[in-house]
Design a protein around this ligand. Structure first.
Ligand SMILES: Cc1cc2nc3c(=O)[nH]c(=O)nc-3n(C[C@H](O)[C@H](O)[C@H](O)COP(=O)(O)O)c2cc1C
Length: 169
């Protein structure tokens, strides 16, 4: 599978079978995240693996959706904005960008491994932080649901045409 095929094959999976992900696959996915680039190579991220029923419930409270409860595992991607690069000219902190790149590595690696994934950012951040007892300097950027998909969507989600999104200056 070339990169374009992989990019097209990934989609937001919103239904899952109860089959647990093999540990080797999870290790592989996390290794792909570890090799993501980050500004100044600061790697200001932490990945929390959530698979026990008790911990999953705590995550689900922050994003109460029926489909989300089906996933056998979540990866809560967190960033530490106190150790990430800040651009001097405008003080922009790059922790979100760094964490987002690693997050997409996770999703693409999962696709390659035959797994479904979905980015979730519409969670209650304060609730998630409290429920997982995250350190004050650590904030959740995304929750990724992971698992084997029961049924793929019939139609792929649409994208804007290349002419609409690319300009040569
Ligand atoms: C930053 C980000 C946040 C997202 N948050 C959510 C979310 O909270 N809930 C959800 O169901 N999907 C979420 N998604 C998935 C998007 O809706 C989805 O990627 C988009 O509609 C394109 O569909 P596709 O992923 O199937 O190609 C999010 C995606 C991104 C990149």
């Amino acid at each position: 599978m070339n990169f374009l095929e992989l990019s097209k094959q990934r989609y937001s999976a919103r239904n899952y079978s109860s089959n647990m992900i093999e540990q080797e696959k999870l290790d592989y996915i996390l290794e792909c995240a570890r090799f993501a680039p980050s500004a100044v190579n600061y790697q200001p991220w932490h990945f929390f693996i959530v698979k026990s029923d008790e911990q999953k419930l705590l995550v689900q409270q922050s994003y109460p959706r029926e489909w989300f409860t089906e996933a056998p595992l979540y990866i809560v991607v967190c960033a530490d904005s106190s150790i990430s690069w800040v651009r001097k000219s405008d003080h922009k902190n790059h922790s979100d960008i760094d964490a987002a790149i690693a997050t997409e590595h996770i999703c693409l690696a999962a696709t390659e491994q035959g797994l479904g994934s979905c980015w979730v950012c519409n969670f209650n951040s304060d609730m998630l932080k409290n429920n997982l007892h995250l350190a004050a300097n650590m904030y959740p950027v995304a929750i990724i649901s992971l698992g084997y998909v029961k049924q793929a969507p019939e139609k792929p989600s649409q994208r804007k045409a290349i002419t609409e999104i690319v300009s040569t200056l």
